[in-house]
Design a protein around this ligand. Sequence first.
Ligand SMILES: NC(=O)c1ccc[n+]([C@@H]2O[C@H](COP(=O)([O-])OP(=O)(O)OC[C@H]3O[C@@H](n4cnc5c(N)ncnc54)[C@H](O)[C@@H]3O)[C@@H](O)[C@H]2O)c1
Length: 384
Amino acid sequence: MKKVRMGFLGIGPRGQGLVECYMNHPQVEFVAFADIAENRAADFAAYYNKKYNANAKAYTSYEAMMKEAKMDAMMIGMDPDKQVDYAVDAMYKGIHVMTEVPCAFTIKQCWDLVNAVKKTGCKYQLGEQTRYWNFIKEWRKMAAAGEFGKIIYAEGEYLHYEKYWDLLRDKKTNYEICPKNLDELNDPNCEKSWRYYTCLYNPILYMPHELSPLLSVTGGRIERVSCFANKPGRYTDTQFEAVPLQTALMYNSNDTIFSLRAGFSVPYGPKLETGAHWYQIKGTKATVETCRSTLDTMKLYHADGEWETKDWGCVDQTEPDEIKNASHGGADFYPIMYFIDAIVNDKTPPMDVYKAVETAAPAILANESSKYGGMMMEVPDFRV
Ligand SMILES: NC(=O)c1ccc[n+]([C@@H]2O[C@H](COP(=O)([O-])OP(=O)(O)OC[C@H]3O[C@@H](n4cnc5c(N)ncnc54)[C@H](O)[C@@H]3O)[C@@H](O)[C@H]2O)c1
């Protein structure tokens, strides 16, 4: 069975978890890890080589890894706001790329990704995984069978509170740091991390985790967006200034209205099974939604009946163990499964570059809109 030789750029907390998950795939072999944080790639390569009897090499930069390592594909788990340049460069060097969520932080980065895939023919996939949750698969089946009637409305939220986020990076070691108070936040030995900008000021940028699954059910692409934000304030006991909520209204090409919100800085209340995420779809014949709280159930309403409890859940119990046991409620294995399938069998991955930027660009423009009092923004069509 052909193995795909993979490199991993940015082997931080998320990356390390993904490697463990991806090693359950029989065609995955990691040959290189690169990270700018002191000893991080070396420590992880030593751990990986021992555990998997492998011979992966460690590097302290992308450039060093590209110069030496023989790779077919690369996973990027570094800062999402800076990952596109590396993804594009790698594709121009003939390497297939999967990046983490969000795929881009600017519209130019969206175009750069699209153009690189068009020009190189390399496989690109966004590792967005919530679209593979079981209830979303069930909703997609319902949509395909016409059970929603006309879908008129889709709603989602990503409200993820942690008291302390890794808002800083140590300038010397490059390790992430969670400041506990304003003095620590202003430590001159540290620089602000990408999380500082998303968690504290621009949470709507993390909306791809809602747009990806919802658009997979509604179809179409977001054409117009408008967004409002609370003013930044010191609302929680950490005393860090933050925007607690950004809420966007979006209109898509299938005449569906989306209402989406994101926030990271006040306790919003978790949901059963989906944690910080919540989703709803309304059609003329049926409405579905996930649990609004830990006291709630997933449910379905039929126009000719009553609300009923549904046990769709996140994990597809019919799948093999490597999927059922994967992190994020059994969802994290699907992106690697489809990425490897796309490379080995020359297929377009399900979360291809167009679908990826169609989850990022509306969020980027919603963020812009909120800076201009909710001004409506047109989302470019990346497929033309
Ligand atoms: N899909 C999901 O559910 C999910 C969950 C968590 C994180 N993420 C995404 O995964 C990515 C990483 O998240 P994280 O929490 O591990 O972030 P992090 O900032 O803690 O880790 C990023 C790592 O990349 C390294 N890095 C930064 N610049 C680099 C460069 N130029 N070259 C090599 N290495 C570099 C850092 O040193 C660090 O080790 C982000 O894009 C995040 O949005 C996705």
